[in-house]
Structure formats: structure tokens, C-alpha cells
Design a binder for this molecule. Structure first.
Ligand SMILES: Nc1ncnc2c1ncn2[C@@H]1O[C@H](COP(=O)(O)OP(=O)(O)OP(=O)(O)O)[C@@H](O)[C@H]1O
Ligand SMILES: [Mg+2]
Length: 453
């Protein structure tokens, strides 16, 4: 008789190992390796009943198979790439309490009132809790089926018998299969549950939304296997204590990534914010030392955000560097460039940099505004009023060109800013500068010279 092979798996990153060890060699976490029971005899059989044949690419009809429908929430449609694709598998991740269940219930209500059948599987909250949330959100749709269940087998059966258009699983960590001998939330259960639901999505052409919680490292638990499995990954950003929530497309097989949807948490649910530039800046920005406004590109639209900085004398032998909303190693590089090429002494100061409003900016076009905010705080002088700063900084202190300068400048103009500082190498690609004064610069020395005027 063949002996069943034992495998071990890291519950944090999903790495598979032949033997148990105390620390995961991939993610470095301690005590996260657990035995992973593979169900005996469950090897995948090769389908040979209907043999598929290769077809020429131009003979494939996408119109018939890929149909998009609106979720009834424009900002959600935007992050999905223009609506939800039938038969797609979507993962919605985020911190606890950020609003995952809220947005999905609101969406479920909108599509159900549009005559689509929705099955909301709630494994975390009781049907009564969900009803209470529904009452708060003003939802009373009779077409919305709520199913408080965690057993995968029952869920599959229910989906087969009621054949809904959309299934919502809240959350994948609560789903349990009796075939597998590990607790809910374990890597084996998540992988098995997600695999079974994916089969349903593709086999029955049902759209499946799956809620995934985030581990302490900010990863959706079991990220490696879930992310490659699903069609779309949406991730909630923002401070769950604050009012604004940003839903970002991290992966999308049916549309662009990097798109964001902005919402405000109110007592009656998440409300769409159609013009988010107003949210992330304070008045015309730049009114206090340590603040500089920039224009970032999020998917298809530009957004003004305010970078804030606080530079103070450090009481530690190793001064602290804290970054919120930008990459910490990027901040360290910018501080080194500012010291070496900008002539500012910061090695004995604590430096905090934060992007206001809880949004994350990963693109390098934010560099110039970070430098300006830090210099402004260090010198205790405000940056010129009504100015937007756009530019990537190179290691020699040069200001480098950024993408889509037109869109950024237009957004600054639309928001009533009177000046925009841009990389001089971007000047050639800028068409219309009417209504806003454009100041081209090529080095950070030139940029911070405004504080000496
Ligand atoms: N009466 C209320 N007024 C305003 N906001 C509320 C009210 N009740 C709840 N909220 C907001 O809703 C949030 C909870 O949202 P929700 O349950 O959708 O989050 P979740 O991401 O599903 O959380 P979990 O991970 O616990 O499932 C709370 O953090 C709070 O901000
Ligand atoms: Mg929830």
C-alpha cells in the first residue's frame, strides 16, 4: 500500500516543506510551519472525455463569453475594469473592520434589485447580524439570499440548487471542508475552499466574490496561492478609524491594475466619492511648514495628495525615520540625496513623512514633493502657496521626467492651483499650459532654493 506523503506548510506565506522546522526560510516567521494534510487518493484525474482542440486566436469570440454588468456602484465598477465579468473570481482583501462586508452587501443589494440572484454566504456573522447591517444601510431587497454556512460541501450544494448569478463568500478563512483535517483558516482549508469555488465560478459561469483577511504583515492570508488563482484582487487601503477608504486593484485579468475607488464611511454605509482630489489636500495645501502637494496618477485619473513631514531634533543615537503611505527605503534614499546634493543636515534629526488621508503612493513622481515637505519642515518655512510639485529624484539630485505630465498638470489647474513645478525634461511633452504657471527644474538644489528667497 502506498504510504501517504506528509507535507508541511507555512501558514504565513504558503511555502511547502518536506519536514518541520521552527522558522520559515521564505518569510522568516517563527512557529508558522504546520503539517498539511493532503487528502488521500485525491489526485486530479486527467479529463479526457471531451478533448479540446487548439483554435486560431482570431476565431475566439469574446463577445459571447465575456459579458460585463454594472455593480450599481460606479467606483466599484471602475476598480473592476468597467463592471463585473460573468464567471470571474474576485478576492476582496483588507484590514479587519475596514468595510469589506459593507461594500459587498451594498453591491449585493444593488444587483439583486436589478433582478440578479445573489447568494451571500456569511460564515463570520449570523444572518441576524447581517440583517442588522442591512437595516443600517437601508437594504430590504427580497432577492438577496443570505446563507449562514461554513461547510464547503453544503455551500456547493446550495449554489448548485439555487444557481445564483453572484455568490459572495464572507470570508474564505471561515470556510471548512470535512475532507480536510485542519482548522478553518489554515492554508490547506483556504486552498481547498478557493479551488472548489473557482471550479464553480468557471464551471457554472457564476461570479464569485471572496473576502480575505489580512495577516499582521499586511498580506491577504495565504496570498501566494490565492493571488495567482483568482482573476481580480481588490484591496482596501486607508485607516479603518478614519472616514475614507480606498479600494485598489492589485491584479486584474479583465482590466487595468492600479485603479482606485474612493469611498467615505458614513452611518448608512460606504458612499462613493466622485471627486477625490478634494479629500487628500487641505484647502490649497502648503499653508504650513512641512506640507507639499503633488499630483499622482491612480489608474486612469490624476489625484492631488498632500505629503506632510515633520523634522525634529532626535534624542536617539540612531535618529528615527517613519513613513506612512510611502516606502521607507525610498524615504531613506531621498534623505541621503537631500543631505549630499541639497546640502541639508538631517543625520541627527528624526524624520516623519506621511501622505495625508491614508492613501499609499508607490510611484516615483512623489519624490519631489517628499523632498520639498522635508526641506520645508527642516527650515521651518512654507513652500510657495498654490504650488504642486511633480518629479522623480535621481541619486545625483537630478529631477527626472515622469509619465503623463499633461494629466497631472491639468488636475492641478482644475483644482485651482496657480503654479506647478515639473521636471524640465517633461516640458517638451506638455501641450497646453494656459491657466497655470509651469516652472521647470532640473535639480533638487534648484527646487529648495525657493526657501532662500
Ligand atoms: N453606525 C455606524 N456609523 C458609521 N460607521 C459604522 C457604523 N457601524 C459600523 N460602521 C463602520 O463599519 C465598519 C465595519 O465594516 P465591515 O463590517 O463591513 O468591515 P469588514 O471589513 O467586513 O470587517 P471584518 O473584517 O470584521 O469582517 C466599522 O469599522 C465602522 O467603521
Ligand atoms: Mg466582515
Amino acid at each position: 500500500m502506498a504510504r501517504q506523503r506528509r507535507v508541511y506548510r507555512c501558514t504565513n506565506c504558503g511555502l511547502m516543506l518536506e519536514q518541520w522546522i521552527g522558522r520559515c526560510p521564505q518569510c522568516g516567521e517563527w512557529n508558522t510551519i504546520v503539517e498539511d494534510a493532503l487528502p488521500a487518493g485525491k489526485t486530479r484525474s486527467i479529463r479526457n472525455e471531451h478533448t479540446l482542440k487548439p483554435v486560431p486566436l482570431n476565431a475566439i469570440d469574446t463577445e459571447a463569453t465575456i459579458s460585463r454588468t454594472s455593480t450599481g456602484i460606479d467606483e466599484l465598477d471602475r476598480v473592476l475594469g468597467g463592471g463585473v465579468v460573468k464567471g470571474s473570481f474576485i478576492l476582496v482583501g483588507g484590514d479587519p473592520g475596514i468595510g469589506k462586508s459593507t461594500i459587498l452587501l451594498q453591491m449585493a443589494n444593488k444587483v439583486a434589485s436589478n433582478h440578479a440572484r445573489v447568494l451571500y454566504v456569511t460564515g463570520e456573522e449570523s444572518a441576524e447580524q447581517l440583517k442588522m447591517r442591512g437595516e443600517r444601510l437601508g437594504i430590504e431587497s427580497g432577492d438577496l439570499l443570505v446563507y449562514p454556512e461554513v461547510m464547503l460541501e453544503n455551500i456547493k450544494e446550495q449554489i448548485s440548487s439555487s444557481s445564483p448569478d453572484i455568490v459572495i463568500i464572507d470570508s474564505i478563512q471561515s470556510i471548512l471542508s470535512s475532507d480536510i483535517d485542519t482548522p478553518p483558516g489554515s492554508i490547506a482549508q483556504i486552498r481547498n475552499g478557493a479551488g472548489a469555488l473557482l471550479e464553480i465560478a468557471k464551471g457554472m459561469n457564476i461570479t464569485v466574490f471572496v473576502v480575505g483577511h489580512v495577516t499582521k504583515d499586511g498580506w491577504i492570508a495565504g496570498p501566494k496561492m490565492l493571488e495567482h488563482l483568482v482573476d481580480t484582487v481588490l484591496y482596501f487601503e486607508g485607516d479603518s478609524a478614519g472616514a475614507y477608504r480606498v479600494l485598489r486593484t492589485v491584479k486584474n485579468r479583465f482590466g487595468p491594475t492600479g485603479e482606485i475607488g474612493v469611498f467615505e464611511m458614513k452611518s448608512d454605509g460606504l458612499q462613493e466619492v466622485k471627486d477625490p482630489s478634494h479629500l487628500f489636500i487641505h484647502g490649497h495645501g502648503n499653508d504650513l511648514p512641512g506640507a507639499a502637494v503633488m499630483a499622482t496618477i491612480e489608474g486612469t485619473r490624476a489625484l492631488l495628495v498632500e505629503v506632510q513631514s515633520l523634522v525634529s531634533r532626535s534624542s536617539f543615537s540612531m535618529p528615527r525615520r517613519i513613513s506612512i503611505g510611502i516606502d521607507l527605503s525610498r524615504l531613506s534614499v531621498l534623505l541621503a540625496v537631500l543631505e549630499k546634493r541639497g546640502g541639508l543636515r538631517l543625520s541627527s534629526s528624526d524624520v516623519v513623512v506621511s501622505v495625508a488621508g491614508g492613501i499609499k503612493v508607490v510611484e516615483p513622481a512623489i519624490d519631489l514633493s517628499v523632498i520639498m515637505a522635508i526641506a520645508s519642515s527642516a527650515l521651518d518655512k512654507t513652500v510657495p502657496r498654490g504650488t504642486v510639485f511633480i518629479g522623480e529624484i535621481g541619486l545625483n539630485g537630478e529631477v527626472r521626467a515622469v509619465s503623463r505630465i499633461d494629466t497631472r498638470v491639468n488636475e492641478a489647474k482644475r483644482m485651482g492651483f496657480s503654479n506647478v513645478v515639473i521636471p524640465s525634461s517633461n516640458m517638451a511633452s506638455l501641450d497646453n499650459t494656459e491657466g497655470i504657471k509651469v516652472l521647470p527644474i532640473s535639480s533638487i538644489r534648484q527646487a529648495i532654493s525657493v526657501f532662500k528667497e
